[in-house]
Design a protein around this ligand. Structure first.
Ligand SMILES: [Zn+2]
Length: 308
């Protein structure tokens, strides 16, 4: 008889222990989800405002140099390890100095998750092209996510990749476009790092206040399904529609190299995409709410991929 209550007490203690453990795990998850849900797109919008204040930023311009310094400073302030990747691109305008910037957050695993955006603006000779959405929005979003991601305890290493020279100097072609991503893929292949990339997630033109992101037929299907599944669960199906189109962007060199890749892009920027590559691509077309939504999706996508 005397042993039974003792065993019961032990069982009670064990049960209590499990309850406390479960509560801790659940509260921990809750706190993480809360961190993600608490992400506010206002900081991203402010970051774009800052870049736009430098003026048009085609490679070689003073604004382009200032943007590079700004990206570097923001990443360092968030505690990331910053790697510069300078190279010379052979463009129709001759050799042009370019530079990818990579902010690294170390994880426990060798596998790397990449979140990427381009920061250059297209050379426009007859008008002032600020690229608030095109080039600015993806960069602003990743910069504002840097401190959030740096504070999460991820297994995977996370690299925030700021690509140069996405835009064509003249007519878009295989050789006149995607200078930064083509260079980076070649460099990663040389160093043997390419096979360590678990996923490459590209954001471009995601700040439009009327957000309409469609599936891309060039992106990796399972990764696209994962992103759209997350968006649906978060209640953003209106912004992540199930219709698809074919997108040529910085994910292509990664897709071609066999890296699972996806692009999040809204090519319905103004009615009939009329603000794209025009003087109308300005800050007033963007909203913090759109940045919040895409930010929430990215943070949940990282969490899902990190569990694999
Ligand atoms: Zn563009």
């Amino acid at each position: 008889m005397s042993a039974r209550p003792a065993r019961k007490r032990r069982r009670t203690r064990t049960t209590l222990g499990i309850v406390i453990l479960l509560a801790t795990v659940l509260l921990g998850w809750g706190a993480l989800s809360l961190n993600r849900a608490a992400f506010d797109g206002k900081a991203a919008l402010q970051s774009v405002e800052r870049m736009v204040s430098f003026g048009p930023r085609p490679p070689g311009s003073e604004a382009h140099r200032r943007t590079q310094s700004y990206i570097t400073q923001e990443l360092e302030a968030a505690g990331l390890t910053v790697v510069q990747d300078p190279f010379t691109a052979n463009t129709p305008a001759g050799p042009v100095s370019m530079n990818n910037i990579i902010g690294r957050i170390a994880g426990r695993k060798e596998r790397v998750l990449m979140l990427a955006a381009h920061y250059d603006t297209k050379v426009m000779n007859d008008f002032r092209f600020l690229g608030a959405n095109d080039g600015g929005s993806g960069t602003g979003l990743l910069l504002s996510l840097a401190p959030v991601l740096a504070n999460l305890d991820n297994d995977h290493s996370i690299w925030l990749v700021f690509l140069d020279g996405e835009e064509a100097f003249e007519e878009w072609s295989d050789t006149d476009s995607l200078y930064g991503s083509r260079h980076l893929v070649a460099r990663l292949a040389q160093s043997g790092l390419l096979s360590k990339i678990g996923a490459f997630v590209l954001v471009d033109m995601i700040g439009d206040s009327s957000l309409d992101i469609r599936r891309d037929t060039n992106s990796t299907p399972w990764l696209t399904d994962l992103v759209w599944g997350v968006a649906r669960r978060l209640g953003y199906s209106r912004n992540f529609s199930n219709s698809s189109m074919t997108i040529l962007d910085d994910h292509l060199p990664f897709v071609q190299a066999g890296v699972p890749s996806v692009v999040l892009i809204d090519l319905n920027y103004g009615w009939g995409n009329r603000f794209w590559h025009t003087p109308q691509d300005t800050l007033d077309k963007l909203s913090a709410e759109s940045f919040s939504k895409v930010g929430h999706v990215l943070l949940e996508v990282v969490a899902e991929l990190d569990r694999e």
